[in-house]
Design a protein around this ligand. Structure first.
Ligand code: ADP
Ligand code: ADP
Length: 221
């Protein structure tokens, strides 16, 4: 079953202005449940644009974004925000954890925002931290954790609301190669275990080759 489908997606920035930039044209992309898709693109080819559109943060100029069988294209901002919270998980190159909160709290908070009761949210956060080998780090703030540990917490946060689709932009891009490899393996096993779908942008061809499928974006503008 399809978790995400992009149907003829086009994106042109500055449409109607003096210098429009055409970034995406007629893009069709489908990600099935349990599938891990690598998105490989040279800088400037539209990787961020595509992730923003798939993540419901930006609208395509034309075409459709279908998430879990539901056409998201015409929906209100509020409906899109709700879908982001409940159906999507995001991981970035830099973890973007809240610095004043502990690892555990960083995983609890998005669940509370999604309406999960406090006790269930706390239990799930503990379970996720245990699964990435960071149970003993639950009370630590991001600054007290290594880069690889911070990124593991960021994965836990992204998975906190049991999203159908994980979107990641260079999730191991700021880690040294050995740590990146370990963190990537862990991400893959979490994704496999939970059966969710993932679209992971990476410059790393070795990592891309270990995913189920590679989608290459080329520069058209
Ligand atoms: P990537 O993530 O692959 O480096 P982006 O999706 O960020 O590429 O950008 C693709 C192209 O679109 C680039 O040429 C960039 O300059 C242009 N672009 C991105 N955002 C905007 C914007 N808001 N307005 C105009 N051009 C943009
Ligand atoms: P709110 O601030 O009310 O939570 P947002 O629309 O800012 O609403 O965020 C909703 C969800 O979208 C959050 O889970 C957030 O992590 C995610 N989000 C917001 N901005 C971005 C962004 N630039 N890139 C990726 N995800 C984002």
């Amino acid at each position: 079953s399809e978790v995400l489908r992009l149907d003829g997606v086009a994106k042109t920035y500055g449409l109607g202005g003096p210098a429009p930039v055409e970034v995406l044209r007629g893009l069709d992309l489908s990600v099935a449940r349990g599938e891990v898709v690598a998105l490989v693109a040279p800088s400037g080819a539209g990787k961020s644009t595509l992730l923003h559109i798939a993540g419901l943060l930006d609208q395509p100029t034309s075409g459709r974004v279908i998430l879990g069988g539901r056409d998201m294209t015409g929906l209100s901002d509020q409906a899109r925000t709700e879908a982001r919270r409940s159906d999507l998980g995001f991981v970035y190159q830099f973890h973007h954890l809240l610095p004043e909160f502990s690892a555990h709290e960083n995983i609890v908070l998005p669940q509370l925002a999604n309406g999960v009761p406090a006790q269930a949210a706390a239990a799930r956060a503990s379970d996720l931290l245990d699964r990435v080998g960071l149970g003993h780090r639950a009370a630590h703030r991001p600054a007290e954790l290594s880069g690889g540990e911070q990124q593991r917490v960021a994965f836990c946060r992204a998975l906190a609301n049991e999203p159908a689709l994980l979107l990641a932009d260079e999730p191991t891009g700021n880690l040294d190669p050995e740590t990146a490899e370990r963190v990537f393996d862990l991400l893959m096993s979490l994704v496999r275990e939970t059966g969710l779908a993932a679209l992971l942008a990476t410059h790393n061809h070795d990592l891309a080759a270990r995913m189920d499928r590679v989608v290459h974006l080329t520069q058209i503008g």
